[in-house]
Design a protein around this ligand. Structure first.
Ligand SMILES: Nc1ncnc2c1ncn2[C@@H]1O[C@H](COP(=O)(O)OP(=O)(O)O)[C@@H](O)[C@H]1O
Ligand SMILES: [Mg+2]
Length: 249
């Protein structure tokens, strides 16, 4: 695994406006090496927009972000080459086979072609789809190829936007275990999700974003109001201002 800056992610007053609409409002975050950080929030809260600013995919309106010590606004390409990014919706190119696409990504990243591609093809059980055009894959298989492409170069920092969507339960368990080993080995994960059970199982700390603003930040036990409160109740309390105790299942 590549050497990781002691502070993989640091943002200060990071803000994104789309016209008059403020999607992310003055977000300040520090994520440490070896953290599996869960970025939670309802639909439209600003999770994907934040991830895209941190990865250098879109420019912030104001504020700053440093990822592995690199300023994301002034050197977005360096950020993208250093980290692994699993976008929420991105399909591999239709007219390449699984193997061709992974070899292409490996060559762009200056890696020996086959080694790591083979490892991920095997990890995701895609051996018999190796020569299939990506356009002919199922949605879940496309997601597996996208994940493989993001992981090929063994990045020390991973940005993942709803990575478990479309994956079957068996591969979800396998990926969860892999992520836990990855952070044990010093890797860092910024995981956007609205699946609270997943955050509860995996994350060292979470941030809850609501309407572009950070509503809470800390370990799950720090966020809970007493031992019997579930993460869903924390979420309801912070996002909806409700006491979640009498909510129907
Ligand atoms: N390119 C864009 N132009 C205008 N509004 C956008 C754009 N991208 C996102 N938004 C808006 O910003 C808000 C946050 O979106 P997003 O970050 O995708 O939310 P989340 O990932 O938390 O569901 C939403 O209200 C969305 O409609
Ligand atoms: Mg999103």
């Amino acid at each position: 695994m590549k050497n990781v800056n002691p502070t993989p992610i640091e943002s200060k007053a990071l803000t994104k406006n789309f016209g008059n609409y403020c999607a992310v409002d003055s977000l300040s975050l520090t994520i440490n090496a070896g953290e599996l950080f869960g970025f939670l929030g309802p639909n439209g809260a600003g999770k994907t927009t934040t991830l895209q600013m941190l990865c250098g995919q879109i420019q912030p309106t104001s504020g700053t972000a440093r990822v592995m010590g690199i300023d994301t606004a002034s050197d977005p390409i360096a950020v993208k080459s250093a980290v692994g990014i699993v976008p929420e919706i991105e399909y591999p190119p239709s007219f390449l086979t699984v193997e061709e696409y992974l070899h292409f990504v490996a060559s762009v990243r200056g890696l020996p072609e086959s080694d790591s591609a083979d490892m991920w093809i095997e990890f995701f059980g895609l051996e018999d789809r190796r020569d299939t055009l990506c356009m002919s894959l199922s949605k879940g298989q496309k997601k597996k190829v996208t994940l493989s492409a993001a992981l090929l170069h063994k990045p020390g920092l991973l940005f993942m936007d709803e990575p478990f969507l479309d994956l079957d339960p068996l591969i979800q368990v396998k990926l969860r275990r892999w992520l836990l080993d990855y952070v044990k080995g010093g890797g860092t994960v910024f995981l956007c999700t609205h699946i609270l059970e997943l955050a509860e199982k995996l994350c060292t700390r979470v941030g809850i974003i609501d309407r572009g603003r950070l509503a809470a930040f800390g370990s799950i036990s720090e966020l809970k109001n007493g031992a019997d409160e579930s993460l869903e109740q924390v979420f309801r309390r912070l996002v909806l201002g409700q006491d979640g105790h009498d909510v129907e299942p």
